[in-house]
Design a protein around this ligand. Structure first.
Ligand SMILES: Cc1cc2nc3c(=O)[nH]c(=O)nc-3n(C[C@H](O)[C@H](O)[C@H](O)COP(=O)(O)OP(=O)(O)OC[C@H]3O[C@@H](n4cnc5c(N)ncnc54)[C@H](O)[C@@H]3O)c2cc1C
Length: 417
């Protein structure tokens, strides 16, 4: 080990832990500390919305075994909040009164759930879901039964709706947009998603807003903007997130509405500060403009690239962002990000329970979303990475198998890298 103060990572999750491992793999041998306010051994966040009921309830899935941190020479400080960063001394002020110093700091702070600013939002059992504590509380509520109301039909709200319906709990999902997921994937996909949930007995209130939550101490109902009253034993708010930018901005680093502003290597405007994962406002080739990518796999890859960059091996995260979501025993998988103006092509034979959607930009395949279409998704991913130019007919045709085309390079598919 050298005499350097070493590097500190704030946030022990997908981005932070990947960054630490990447630094070690790159040969960094000075002290390396990861600090997290969460007292639990760092765990995977995606299962929190998928295994709240049934087998394995309450068991957090560790990202790494406890021994792996020591083996990699990583000092793990859990249950400790970083309260301030001092740019002059490179010291971090911690919640228990200690300080720590660092040559460089990676901010992998993630996001927090946005609350709804309406009367009654402080009532008991109006919940959000981001961490293990939230998941434990929600598990207890769902074990007691319904009705459950989810406000926001994004991925987390829809996963919770599906989970609750699978266990026979009455669910209403309220969404301000006219269709679920349409902002990300467009109205055609929104219709398919809507139908899947209707088929499973979710009551959908689309184009609806919440006027207030009603109850005495604990939530009992909510009132929509049009006056409709919906009974609720538990409400989960899933209306988006806010990036944790205050530490960075107080230390002089540039931030914007999306998060902590970084370049392609995870560098902030302050040379000793880096940021990665959900909290970062990043320039990514698959985004129309700089912004956040809120997916587990992307956070890991972004963290790994930033970690390498911090130890002198400048690396950019440019892979097509991958996301998945489990609903009713089926898995949505997506690579890349459709942008306004991209051409949507749905494979023939699509249905709410099984479909494959492609987006073309200038004839080139740039994004794919599938439900229950794992093999085809993998093949489409390779075509996106290869910059394949594909004919719409080939994508639409029911016999089309991206796997076969990618392998054989038929005429309708050519690679232009
Ligand atoms: C319920 C749920 C389900 C999800 N499901 C999926 C899914 O199916 N597929 C998918 O692709 N993505 C999913 N995601 C998104 C995915 O989990 C996130 O994209 C990913 O966790 C981001 O990783 P991160 O390391 O950037 O931040 P986070 O995982 O948010 O971690 C940030 C860490 O920083 C810590 N921290 C923050 N501030 C401080 C501070 N001042 N001091 C100390 N510690 C601090 C926090 O405690 C936290 O542990 C899901 C997210 C949630 C919440």
């Amino acid at each position: 080990m050298t005499n350097s103060a070493g590097h500190v990572i704030v946030g022990a999750s997908a981005a932070g832990i990947s960054a630490a491992l990447a630094m070690r793999r790159a040969g960094f041998d000075a002290p390396l500390t990861i600090i997290d306010q969460d007292p639990n051994l760092p765990y995977e966040r995606p299962p929190l919305s998928k295994s709240l009921l049934g087998e394995g309830v309450g068991a957090l899935k560790p990202i790494l075994a406890r021994e792996a941190y020591a083996e990699a020479g990583i000092d793990l400080m859990l249950g400790e909040t970083v309260e301030a960063l001092n740019p002059a001394t490179h010291r971090l002020r911690l919640s228990r009164g200690q300080t720590s110093s660092a040559d460089k700091v990676l901010l992998a702070l993630g996001v927090r759930a946005r609350r709804l600013e309406v009367p009654g939002s402080g009532l008991e059992n109006v919940l959000t879901l981001r961490d293990a504590t939230d998941a434990a509380r929600l598990t207890g509520r769902l074990q007691a039964g319904g009705p459950l109301v989810v406000v926001g039909a994004g991925f987390i709200g829809l996963e919770l709706a599906a989970l609750a319906r699978t266990h026979g709990i009455a669910v209403t999902a309220i969404e301000v947009a006219p269709l679920p997921l349409a902002a990300l994937f467009g109205p055609e996909i929104g219709h398919l998603v809507r139908q899947l949930h209707l088929d499973h007995g979710v009551r959908l209130r689309l184009g609806a807003t919440v006027r207030q939550f009603l109850g005495h101490g604990s939530v009992e109902a909510l009132e929509l903007g049009d006056g409709e009253r919906i009974e609720a034993a538990t409400v989960v708010i899933g209306v988006g997130v806010l990036p944790r930018t205050s530490l960075a901005s107080a230390a002089g680093a540039a931030t914007d509405r999306a998060g902590i502003v970084v370049d392609q290597y995870g560098r902030t405007s302050e040379p000793w500060l880096f940021a990665a994962g959900d909290v970062a406002s990043q320039p990514h080739p698959h985004l129309a403009a700089r912004g956040r990518i809120e997916h587990w796999d992307a956070a890991m890859r972004h963290g790994a690239a930033a970690g390498k960059s911090m130890v002198g091996d400048l690396s950019a995260f440019t892979d097509a962002p991958y996301a998945w979501s489990d609903q009713y025993g089926l898995t949505y998988q997506a690579f890349g990000r459709p942008q306004p103006g991209d051409r949507l092509v749905l494979r023939d034979g699509y249905a709410p329970r099984r479909f494959l959607a492609f987006w073309l930009r200038g004839g080139r395949l740039v994004a794919v979303l599938g439900l229950d279409a794992g093999r085809d998704i993998s093949a489409a991913k390779r075509m996106i990475e290869a910059g394949a130019v594909v004919s719409e007919d080939a994508l639409r045709a029911s016999h089309f198998g991206p796997r076969r085309q990618a392998r054989t390079g038929r005429q309708s598919v050519s690679s232009q890298t």
